[in-house]
Design a protein around this ligand. Structure first.
Ligand SMILES: *Cc1c(COP(=O)(O)O)cnc(C)c1O
Length: 419
């Protein structure tokens, strides 16, 4: 941080000095032309620190980086106006074909997909109700059944429609929970708790004629998860576009039954009098999401896993001389972020720095590095970590960054051994 500020100050002085001497008009014009094509670096202009993401697809770390083909498709889409509804429809039909489901739409992220999926269930066959949610739901079915162990922060996306939760624990509870007001059930695909299986969840809901939503936001790879849950019978499934699929951060997918997707579309922009109007999806997001799906479908699970393992091994190789340090590559045993992570465990008696301090040290350094937030924490998120373990998320690293992360870890840990 300090260093960045100093550097900016220094460069600022150099720039004013050069301006004082007087940049030749031609040079200035050439620089302006270059910026017009490449784009000005607004992170630099705004003084925002660029980071190395050794954490994962975290919203607060801006999710993921769009692959070059996706960035180019977004830039190209930005050059032309189109009719938004025509684009939504064509994109939805294309995605449904590619992802082997009846219907699909691009949403403003998975949380938005959850809101629109709920709105769809509440307003199916009742267009006037679109104007009434979330404040006037008295005449509508508004109960959403959920397992107690599946309650989470994204409940809010469902509550945005004015829906209420009915909690169940056992399969018998579940069977008894359906009433005339039940509108939907929700399943948190990456939940660590909950005793009712996906198959039972869908079967029982359908025996009552009630649709099931599945939040699988962070649950690719494997690539086939994009159709596994719709094919299992879930009526609508939500995915985040800006996580493993590496689309725009504010994009996502709602996949599923044709009638429900059509109802979700009615609850979205450009329809202004709707719960989804504040979740506008632009032409750049729609095209970016479709291009990201194309990119993701061109990958293979095996090649992605092999590449992530190579990155982990390159980092582990750089720190292998640190006393007591043991490295392990682990894939979380929950559905979310199921890719190789590097775990570095050491004896804090010998390496005298806590993992949390290592994390802070890497954040303060240049370049600034973010480690996985499970660093120094007891087992969770499906990872066998503990208070003496550093967790490196390697899948969002750009080429060459694994070496920088390895070098910084070696410096910081090495210093703490007194070496
Ligand atoms: C990330 C996440 C979301 C939200 O996804 P966005 O695309 O950021 O809206 C919802 N549910 C779960 C389980 C998630 O992990």
């Amino acid at each position: 941080m300090e260093w960045n500020r100093t550097r900016r100050g220094f460069l600022g002085c150099v720039n004013s000095a050069v301006a004082g001497v007087g940049l030749a008009g031609g040079t200035r014009r050439a620089e302006a032309a270059r910026q017009a094509v490449e784009g000005e670096d607004y992170y630099d202009k705004l003084g925002v620190t660029k980071i190395i993401n050794a954490a994962g697809t975290y919203t607060a770390l801006t999710g993921s980086i769009m692959p070059p083909s996706v960035q180019a498709a977004v830039a190209r889409a930005a050059r032309h106006p189109v009719r938004l509804q025509e684009l939504q429809k064509a994109a939805g039909e294309y995605l449904a074909r590619q992802l082997k489901c009846e219907g699909a739409m691009v949403t403003a992220g998975a949380a938005s997909a959850l809101t629109l999926g709920t709105a769809a269930a509440m307003t199916l066959g009742n267009r006037p109700a679109i104007h009434n949610i979330p404040t006037d739901v008295s005449g509508l079915k508004d109960e959403v059944i959920v397992q107690k162990g599946h309650r989470y922060e994204y409940d809010h996306a469902i509550r945005n429609c004015g829906a209420r939760f009915v909690e169940v624990v056992t399969l018998a509870d579940y069977e008894a929970a359906f009433t005339a007001r039940t509108v939907m059930t929700n399943f948190f695909n990456a939940a660590e708790h909950g005793e009712i299986s996906r198959q039972d969840w869908v079967r029982v809901a359908h025996s009552h004629g009630v649709p099931c939503m599945n939040d699988a936001a962070a649950d690719v790879p494997p690539i086939s998860n994009l159709w596994n849950y719709t094919q299992m019978g879930f009526d609508v499934v939500a995915f985040s576009g800006g996580k493993g699929m590496r689309g725009p951060q504010n994009a996502g997918l709602l996949l599923g039954r044709k009638d429900l997707i059509a109802a979700a579309v009615q609850n979205n922009n450009p329809n202004s009098d709707s719960v989804g109007r504040g979740m506008k999806v632009s032409k750049e997001q729609i095209v970016g999401m479709v291009a990201a799906v194309d990119w993701f479908l061109s990958q293979t699970d095996a090649a992605m896993e092999a590449e992530f393992r190579r990155r982990a091994e390159r980092i582990a190789a750089q720190v292998k001389a640190i006393p007591t340090l043991e490295s392990q590559v682990a894939i979380p045993n929950v559905a979310a972020n199921a890719v190789p992570h590097l775990l570095l465990r050491y004896d804090p008696q010998r390496v005298k720095i806590r993992p949390a301090e290592v994390m802070a040290e890497l954040r303060r350094g240049t370049p600034s590095i973010e480690l996985n937030p499970m660093t120094g924490r007891k087992a969770g998120a499906g990872l066998p970590c503990d208070e003496n373990t550093i967790v490196v998320g390697v899948w969002m690293l750009e080429p060459g960054e694994d070496l920088i992360v390895g070098r910084r870890l070696k410096e910081v840990l090495g210093k703490a051994t007194g070496a």
